[in-house]
Design a protein around this ligand. Structure first.
Ligand code: AMP
Ligand code: GLY
Length: 421
């Protein structure tokens, strides 16, 4: 088969790595890919949000299957577009992708289907929002409705800051806004829960814990994710059952009630309190860096799994996992998530261990004339699999120190809630 993977992050390098090992693959393309995917696939530089160019590529290169990594093309309807052209594609359609594309869409489903989530209000003007903010308990969470690359969420300790957030959102910081979402602040511990669905059946696709804040001790600004481990230490049978019954099933039923089905990965972002799950957000794709920690634990052939979804045959497909744990620590460019320097060379990569249990996945990297440069905020994902997360973390830190990339920084405390308690 000829397969194309859309995206250029650590998530996509991970997916490409597993797909490239499947016996069914003759040729793998990454659009646009990164310096890491170049070792296992052919990178094609095209804008994946330009669907006409994408269609031209898929037809010219006779692609049998497109796998979509990031949310933006999904929310813009790449799946509907390709399917209409008769092209096989793995990922949710445009309507289903509203689960990530519009926080208000998801909240309305939660309300209608009684899905546990933070209490909320939707406001259509600065005035109405401010009136509410005067009287509501703090902290309070103010959210822009649409995609905002992880930046449209403000956790506000006081009224003044919450009003500032509302102003920024209505002033168009995240695109034209006609409404704002204001939520109660949920206490608890976060967990990322994944499922894979063919539209008829869904199956659990493991759990992970992400560290979204830039600083150690989970302090500072939100990022795309500084590191993760899998499985989450919070999961247990009873919680699993509650998540499935109270959150995932009603959500898929809601999509069905709208006359459509959900096919692809679904990332269920949860807050867990007293072993009860509350939905924080949906993402219509694998997480990044959760993907880098979850996929290396998968024993089942990923391509077979994806094909079973395309053929609505997931029910008969087993999903098997290694009985191990895994961790990923992200090496970032200094300054991230704010401004950082680009096009800084990364040397010493040949010193990094590359075996079954210790390896790296690239994120914001590009290769030019056989040299590798950092082009993004999150640059390299260091992964280790073992029986013991503390050992994994130690191994990864040694690897990062071997690289000795002076333009980079990383968190040394990934997994602290479970390792250091
Ligand atoms: P979201 O993009 O909605 O997932 O929000 C980004 C991050 O903000 C989440 O991963 C949480 O850490 C935090 N967050 C969002 N909503 C809430 C909430 N209602 N209560 C507490 N924390 C929240
Ligand atoms: N790690 C968070 C995300 O993928 O959205």
């Amino acid at each position: 088969m000829k397969i194309a993977i859309l995206g250029n992050g650590g998530r996509e390098h991970t997916i490409a790595d597993l797909i490239s090992k499947s016996p069914k693959v003759n040729k793998l393309y990454c659009l646009p890919g990164n310096a890491g995917t170049e070792f296992i696939a052919e990178n094609i530089k095209i804008d994946i949000n330009d669907f006409t160019k994408l269609e031209d590529f898929v037809e010219k290169f006779k692609i049998d299957l497109v796998i979509v990594g990031p949310e933006k093309p999904l929310v813009n309807g790449v799946v509907d577009f390709l399917i209409k052209k008769g092209i096989r594609v793995f990922g949710p359609n445009k309507l289903s992708s509203q689960l990530e594309g519009s926080k208000i869409f998801t909240k309305k489903i939660c309300e209608k289907y009684k899905i546990p989530t933070a209490r909320f209000g939707i406001f259509h003007s600065v005035q109405d929002a401010n009136k509410y903010l005067e009287k509501v308990n703090k902290p309070v969470v103010v959210k822009a409705d649409g995609l905002a690359a992880g930046k449209g969420v403000y956790i506000c300790e006081d009224t003044e800051n919450s009003k500032k957030a509302v102003n920024e959102i209505f002033n168009g910081k995240f695109g034209a806004a006609h409404q704002v979402l204001i939520e109660e602040f949920l206490e608890g511990e976060e967990m990322s829960y994944f499922v894979i669905s063919d539209g008829k059946t869904f199956k659990k696709f493991n759990t992970a814990q992400d560290h979204k804040r830039v600083g150690e001790g989970d302090k500072g600004k939100n990022t795309g994710g500084m590191g993760a481990y899998s499985p989450s230490g919070l999961i247990n049978k009873e919680l699993d059952f509650k998540i499935t019954e109270k959150i995932i099933k009603p959500t898929f039923n809601a999509i069905k009630d709208m006359g459509q089905t959900y096919m692809g990965f679904l990332y269920v972002g949860l807050m867990i309190k007293d072993n009860n799950p509350y939905l924080v957000e949906y993402n219509v794709r694998m997480g990044d860096p959760e993907c880098q920690t979850i996929l290396p634990l998968l024993k089942t052939d990923l391509l077979e799994l994806i094909l079973s979804c395309c053929e609505e045959n997931l029910e008969n497909q087993k999903i098997e996992w290694k009985r191990k744990k895994s961790m990923c620590i992200v090496l970032c460019s200094k300054g991230y998530p704010d401004r950082y320097k680009k096009n800084i060379e990364i040397t010493n990569l040949e010193k990094i261990t590359n075996n079954q249990n210790t390896f790296i996945y690239h994120a914001g990297t590009e290769s030019v004339d056989n040299k590798i440069y950092a082009t993004g905020g999150r640059v390299l994902n260091f992964v280790n699999i073992s029986e013991d997360l503390k050992k994994s973390r130690q191994t990864i830190i040694e690897e990062i120190e071997k690289l000795n990339w002076t333009n980079g920084f990383y968190r040394k405390d990934i997994g602290f809630r479970i390792i250091d308690k």
